[in-house]
Design a protein around this ligand. Structure first.
Ligand code: CA
Length: 524
């Protein structure tokens, strides 16, 4: 048990519950600073009733009804998930559309980072050779080739930070003409053009697969393939079934030879001073707990506002974790059209879940609940805080790219599943060059394609995972730092990481989660 004075955190004056902040929780009989005595032991991050709550009454956190009391709850009791009946999801009609006035967010000027400018106008934070694949069948061969490129070629090109094989399980054995197949296909198309790949596109194909290279990357889908290339450039494809290949080693030689051409060009690039407005920051959370919405996510939200004020793009996602806050988000939309696009994405996802006979409540994990989050409503209220206070100025469907929608700044909602790897993959396709990831339970998540900055919600996690967590937002609950302090620290840290002056822990240890496509279409 904690030796610190008992501390609970109430998010809003209208709330009738608060969460226990102390490491290890608090025992029954603890007298809280306001005189309330705990009737039960309450674990860290879990809720206590601040007043008597009658059966059927609303339980409020974040000034939102997170459930109704399943039975009478006396003041000082532990309010756990079994005491809460979850409210129904808000209907998607009659929502407020762009009704909330935009907050005053004065421009933030003068902040820069050192990045790699691309011919298409985007800016990379790393200088990577990415090799796109059309089908999983080539993955084994490509793995061998990548190892050789890493060992034999990369030392010759010291300005190149690394090589990434964009492997996936799509490409064949799939209903490629199903309407929803557009999602995995455009995700792969846009992944190939992430800003960190320098507009260089190289493809390894098998030959007989459904997702042919011309279908994945048709002429015209790549506005600018390479800075030095003319418009008539053809797609660089190594096809393993090509008649020119005799044996395995000729395939490897071919891949290495083609990789050299791209490495030469990438190696000639240098970092240049770029305005902070060139940052495209994807935010998400994983392994959340009740502190996510108290410490890490509010700090990310503050940092999001700083980024938006600096002219950067901030992307938040995770449909099931915003669904219960849809009325707040449509009110914050910059225009009625943006609000309608938010509703369109929610409706699509409601129908997608219904096809599987579930709803958004399928989101929460045993770890979330152990961490104090009773249900998806409570989780969502903590999750949306990552988006800060800026108006929502654009919406992307899964797998779409910001630049295809003409979006180069502001707060954007990119509809994705909440699954960490799928959300990360879709945000990469949308064009992020930095990723901020908050966690309360702890996950070693990382991506090979962009730096992932991990933010701990609790000091206890930050201490134990001292070489995995980049920023400790738990200091906010400890009273050692304010949300603003941690938000500014995060903003400056992002500029350092973007510039290559600092590496994240996930980069240091080379922790790379797989790309995972969102494929709502049938498999054959
Ligand atoms: Ca997630």
């Amino acid at each position: 048990m904690s030796t610190n004075p008992p501390l609970c955190i109430r998010m809003h004056p209208n709330d009738n519950v608060a969460i226990v902040a102390n490491d290890g929780g608090l025992p029954a009989g603890t007298r809280m600073p306001d005189g309330l005595t705990l009737r039960d032991a309450v674990p860290q991050g879990h809720k206590l009733a601040l007043q008597d709550i009658a059966a059927g009454d609303a339980v409020r956190r974040y000034d939102v009804v997170i459930g109704h009391a399943a039975r009478a709850i006396a003041a000082g009791s532990w309010v756990h998930e079994r005491l809460l009946a979850m409210p129904a999801a808000r209907a998607l009609d009659g929502l407020p559309r762009a009704t909330q006035p935009a907050p005053a967010l004065p421009p933030l000027e003068g902040y820069t980072f050192e990045g790699y400018r691309n011919a298409d106008g985007s800016v990379g934070t790393r200088n990577l050779l990415a090799i796109t694949t059309t089908v999983q069948c080539v993955a084994g061969v490509l793995d061998v080739a990548v190892k050789r490129i890493r060992d034999e070629l990369l030392p010759l090109y010291p300005q190149v930070d690394g090589i990434v094989a964009l492997e996936h399980t799509y490409g064949c054995g799939v209903a490629i003409d199903a309407p929803d197949a557009i999602i995995p296909i455009r995700t792969l198309r846009n992944l190939a053009q992430n800003p960190n790949f320098g507009n260089e596109v190289m493809v390894v194909s098998l030959g007989c697969e459904k997702l042919q290279p011309e279908r994945l990357l048709p002429p015209g889908s790549l506005p600018i393939l390479n800075a030095q290339a003319d418009a008539a450039q053809t797609l660089d494809v190594v096809c393993l079934q090509d008649a020119a290949h005799t044996g395995f080693e000729s395939m490897i030689d071919h891949i290495l030879a083609n990789a050299r051409v791209h490495l030469e060009r990438l190696n000639a690039r240098r970092r240049e001073t770029c305005p902070a407005s060139a940052l495209v920051v994807g935010v998400q959370c994983g392994g959340s707990d009740a502190f996510s919405g108290v410490t890490a996510n509010p700090a990310v939200g503050f940092c999001s506002d700083l980024l938006v004020r600096a002219g950067a793009t901030v992307m938040f996602s995770e449909v099931t974790e915003v669904r219960d806050a849809i009325d707040q988000l449509t009110a914050r939309a910059a225009t009625p059209e943006v609000a309608d696009a938010m509703v369109r994405e929610m409706a699509w996802y409601d129908a997608y879940l219904a096809r599987g006979s579930v709803d958004r409540s399928a989101n929460t994990t045993p770890g979330n609940k152990q961490g104090g989050l009773s249900n998806i409503v409570e989780k969502a209220m903590g999750s949306i805080i990552k988006s800060g206070t800026a108006p929502i100025s654009g919406v992307l469907s899964p797998g779409e790219k910001l630049r295809d929608r003409g979006i180069t700044q502001g707060l954007v909602y990119a509809a994705t599943p909440a699954s960490d790897f799928i959300c990360g993959t879709l945000q990469l396709a949308a064009g992020i060059n930095l990723h901020v990831f908050t966690t309360g339970r702890g996950t070693p998540y990382g991506l090979a394609e962009v730096p992932v900055v991990k933010v701990a919600t609790r000091s206890d996690l930050a201490r134990r995972w001292h070489d995995l967590m980049d920023i400790n937002a738990g200091r906010i609950a400890d009273g050692a730092a304010s949300i603003e302090d941690v938000g500014w620290e995060m903003f400056r840290y992002l500029l350092d990481v973007a510039s290559g002056r600092r590496r994240t822990w996930a980069e240091h240890w080379k922790l790379h989660n797989a790309l995972v496509l969102f494929n709502p279409a049938p498999i054959t």
